[in-house]
Design a protein. Structure first.
Length: 142
């Protein structure tokens, strides 16, 4: 199971390499880690830092880029997560639930070509706050 954003910020060729990796390595999930090809704005960096720090504090595990859309796991594993979130919350719920289940993971560098608002970037400060609140809420969910 992999989610592909239709915004052209990530390279679809990386999906094939991730599929090859999950077949070779005994891990439950592969997390994409965006390699910045261009400068990313301060708000984006701050959001990534805050989310990464919260995951470390609340779940005891660190992921370099929890907001990267590319995550890959086998469908039977994914179905055990019972994802409910929509929009940008889907990625973070997937991460949190995998961490709570103590899944083994590997991070995989993917090419990243960020867009700005003029080019159609949709995520905003409200989405960022929703993501942070979701990380906290999921920590206390049974």
């Amino acid at each position: 199971m992999i989610v592909e954003d239709a915004d052209s910020e990530l390279d679809p060729d990386d999906i094939l390499r991730m599929l090859e990796l999950i077949e070779r390595e005994p891990v439950d999930i592969i997390f994409g880690k965006r390699v910045l090809k261009e400068k990313v704005n301060t708000v984006t960096r701050l959001g990534k830092f805050t989310t990464t720090l919260l995951l470390k504090v609340l779940y005891g595990r660190s992921i370099a880029d929890p907001l990267c859309a590319y995550k890959l796991c086998k469908l039977n594993k994914f179905k055990t997560l019972h994802i409910k979130a929509e929009r940008f919350g889907l990625e973070i719920e997937w991460v949190v639930k995998a961490l709570r289940k103590k899944w083994s993971f590997r991070e995989f560098e993917v090419a990243y070509f960020p867009r700005d608002k003029k080019e159609g970037k949709k995520i905003n400060m409200k989405d960022g706050l929703d993501i942070i609140l979701q990380v906290i809420r999921l920590r206390f969910e049974p």
